[in-house]
Design a protein around this ligand. Structure first.
Ligand SMILES: Cc1cc2nc3c(=O)[nH]c(=O)nc-3n(C[C@H](O)[C@H](O)[C@H](O)COP(=O)(O)O)c2cc1C
Length: 202
């Protein structure tokens, strides 16, 4: 009997269709310790910038953080900042329990964070960044990487201190902080409500 050669790799699976990636992407909140390699992050950014942008202006930039010390420090500062905001914004009160829990890391221990930032105050730059963010998360799913948009980070990221720390120009605005990593498991979908659709028919 012929032994299969170890040098022969099984054929790689066919690429995931865009709709499969949409169906199978999940907000992932538990990651393994395995880092995400820089070439992989570059591929995801290359996919992100395929998004359409108003007048093709592409007014976006990407800050990539993979230093675990920096990630912990940002999580801590973002929590303190949110708690401060919470004092004046009663609608945020539901988050108090998470934010006061010292074990709660807003990035769930993910090994990488990509912050997509609008680089102009032009009207559409933030929408452009949201489209880039969805591309990035779908491309991550295709590469079997988990992702999650972390809205908790957003308020702190607008502060002058955060901009200085991340090397962001004063006029830049962080729109989409997205964590990336290898999921411990793919969570089940939380489901969707049926869409409210109004048809104006002829
Ligand atoms: C703008 C935005 C902000 C979000 N902020 C957070 C966050 O701070 N923390 C978190 O755990 N998940 C956050 N999420 C993830 C959502 O909770 C998640 O996408 C939603 O529950 C649907 O689950 P699914 O992505 O698995 O379909 C955010 C998602 C979006 C789009």
């Amino acid at each position: 009997m012929v032994q299969p050669s170890l040098a022969i790799r099984p054929p790689s699976p066919p690429p995931m269709s865009a709709t499969s990636a949409m169906r199978e992407r999940r907000a992932v909140r538990e990651y393994t310790d395995e880092p995400v390699d820089e070439a992989g992050i570059r591929r995801l950014i290359d996919a992100a910038i395929l998004a359409p942008s108003a007048m093709n202006r592409q007014d976006w930039m990407f800050v990539v953080v993979t230093d675990p010390v920096a990630l912990d420090s940002i999580s801590h500062k973002a929590k303190v900042h949110m708690l401060d905001l919470l004092e004046h914004t009663p609608t945020l009160n539901g988050f108090r329990e998470h934010l006061t829990n010292p074990r709660y890391n807003i990035f769930y221990g993910a090994p990488a964070l990509v912050v997509i930032c609008a680089t102009s105050e032009g009207q559409m730059a933030e929408q452009d960044c949201c489209l880039a963010a969805e591309n990035l998360m779908l491309a991550a799913r295709e590469e079997d990487l988990g992702s999650c948009w972390i809205g908790f980070a957003e308020a702190w990221l607008q502060t002058p201190g955060a901009k200085a720390e991340l090397g962001l120009p004063e006029h830049a605005r962080a729109v989409a902080p997205i964590i990336l990593g290898h999921p411990r498991a793919w969570p089940a979908s939380p489901g969707r409500r049926a869409p409210d659709v109004r048809w104006i028919r002829r």
